[in-house]
Write a new protein. Structure first.
Length: 65
C-alpha cells in the first residue's frame, strides 16, 4: 500500500509543479494552478483536494504537527 501525501502548489513550469516543500511533481494528468492542494504519489499528482481535506490528512498523518 502506498501513501498519498497532500502538497500545496507554489510554482508551475512545463507540466511540472513545484510544491511548498520544493518537490517537483508531474502535473500532466491533473490540471492544477498555483495555490491548489493536491495528492501526490511517486512524484505524480493523482488528485486535487480542498485545503480542509489537506489539513485533515496532515493532522491524521502527523498528529503533533
Amino acid at each position: 500500500m502506498c501513501l498519498a501525501i497532500p502538497q500545496k502548489i507554489t510554482k508551475i513550469k512545463n507540466q511540472k509543479a513545484i510544491t511548498a516543500d520544493n518537490d517537483v511533481l508531474d502535473c500532466s494528468l491533473v490540471p492544477v494552478k498555483i495555490g491548489d492542494w493536491v495528492l501526490e504519489q511517486n512524484d505524480l499528482i493523482i488528485a486535487k483536494i480542498t485545503s480542509r481535506q489537506a489539513r485533515d490528512m496532515i493532522h491524521l498523518y502527523f498528529p503533533n504537527f
